[in-house]
Structure formats: C-alpha cells, structure tokens
Design a protein around this ligand. Structure first.
Ligand code: BTN
Length: 250
C-alpha cells in the first residue's frame, strides 16, 4: 500500500495550523511536547504514518495500525488561563465527533472525550499540559476492520460503520478544521462547546461506575455542568467530577 500523502492537506490548512509528517515515531504526543518545550509556536500538528508507542489515557497502549488509523497531536498555546485548559478535552471531543459526522449520522461523546459510534469507541483523545502549552493527541480508527482481542466488541472504525475505505488525509483535514474553531471556545464561548457535547452525550441518564482520584463511585449521570464537569447522582447526593478514569456503563 502507498504511504498516505498529506501534502495537499498541508497546503490547505487554516492558520495557524502547520503539519509535520513523520513516517515513524514512538508517540506524536511526545514529539509535540518536545517541540513545545523547544519553543514551537501554537498550531503545530505532528502526524505519524506509524506510531510505535502510542499512549492512551491511564497509561494504556493505543492501538493504531499504519494506514488504517490516524495518530496525531496538536500543540496549542491557549490565551485563556491554564485553569480553563481541561476544557480542551471537551472541545476536542466535539471537534472529532463533528468530523465523524461527515461519514455517519451522529457521533456520540462519552465524557470526557471518547468518541463513539453506536455504542463503540471510534476515537480517543489524550490532552496533556506543558509549561505554557497543551498537547491534544487524537487517535481515530479509520480503516481498521479487525481489533485485538481486548478491543473486539468495544471498538469500531469509520470503515466498519460505512463499508467504505476512507482516505486518512481527508479525515485529518475534517478534524483539524473543526478543532481550529472549537479550541478557541474554551473561554467566553464555552457554552457552544457544551451544547454540542450535551447533544451527543452517551452517558446522560445512564448508570455508571467510575474511578476517581479518591476511589470508585457509582451513580446515575445527570448531565454536564457549565464548567464541563460530569454531574453524577450518587447515594449521597450530586457530585461534580472534574475528571475520572475508567468511566463504565453498568
Ligand atoms: C484514549 O482514549 O485513551 C486516548 C488515546 C489517544 C491516542 C492518541 S494517538 C496520537 C497521540 N499520541 C499518543 O501517544 N496518544 C495520542
């Protein structure tokens, strides 16, 4: 198979996005972080044709077979205060869900930012902060038709959902165009992100079990608070969760 050609896309990206294409790397998040530390400007996108050590949330490995999935990271230097940067996770989730909707009717968002199609995960996002910058790392299953045993039944791809093989540069362009807009909405316009996330929230009204820094919690999701926190009704009342690991539907 010919390697994906990202040249045409690089020429059409909205400002300030610039593309750095790598044939192979360990993790595009690590590359973007190193470039951020070295002073790279806002908007640098590192995309890898092959990622050998992709990382997911909670330190899990991220499955991204070459030619069949997109793995990329965007270096951002938000003008908003760092306290608002966790909102980038929701903004990115919405951007990816909207890009997915170029191919399927409605993308679901599993708070904070897994993107689902019909109950299965199609994309994952790992936002990491550095000094003066944040990295938005995105992995999306585009053409994969088979998944390793641990993911079978919980993962899907655009190709499985549409029956078509889809070009990676087109999907990357769709996501970056959405993200260019949504990442600017973590301040005064955050209600626009929230509205989009709430419309697609697959957890609303559902019973969940999740792990937080202070232990396991079980309850029913009431929705998403104005700051992007998950509202969970537990036996002791409604809790606002800023972040949580391992959110599971029960
Ligand atoms: C998750 O759902 O656990 C998040 C997965 C994030 C994977 C992407 S692939 C590109 C970027 N580089 C990494 O090492 N991780 C992210």
């Amino acid at each position: 198979m010919e390697p994906e050609d990202f040249t045409g896309l690089a020429e059409r990206l909205p400002e300030p996005l610039r593309l750095l294409v790598k044939d192979e790397t360990v993790s595009t998040n690590d590359d973007a972080r190193a470039l951020g530390v070295a002073g790279a400007a806002d908007g640098l996108v590192v995309v890898a044709r092959r990622q050998t050590g992709g990382r997911g949330r909670r330190g899990a490995a991220w499955f991204s077979p070459p030619g069949e999935s997109l793995a990329f990271s965007v270096l951002v230097r938000p003008v908003e205060p760092p306290a608002l940067w966790p909102r980038l996770a929701l903004a990115a989730g919405l951007a990816v869900a909207q890009a997915v909707e170029e191919f399927v009717p409605l993308g679901g968002i599993k708070w904070p930012n897994d993107v689902w199609i019909g109950g299965r995960k199609v994309a994952g996002i790992l936002v990491e902060a550095g000094h003066g910058f944040a990295i938005i790392g995105i992995g999306i299953n585009v053409n994969a038709r088979e998944f390793p045993a641990g993911l079978a039944g919980t993962a899907t791809s655009l190709a499985l959902e549409t029956g078509m093989r889809i070009g990676l540069p087109g999907v990357l362009g769709d996501i970056l165009r959405q993200l260019a807009r949504r990442r600017l909405q973590i301040g005064a316009e955050f209600h626009e992100v929230l509205e989009g996330v709430r419309q697609r929230c697959v957890l609303a009204g559902r019973a969940v079990s999740l792990v937080t820094a202070s232990g396991r919690l079980e309850g029913t999701v009431e929705g998403i608070a104005p700051g992007g926190e998950l509202l969970l009704r537990t036996a002791t009342g409604v809790q606002r969760l800023l972040q949580a690991d391992e959110v599971r539907l029960v």
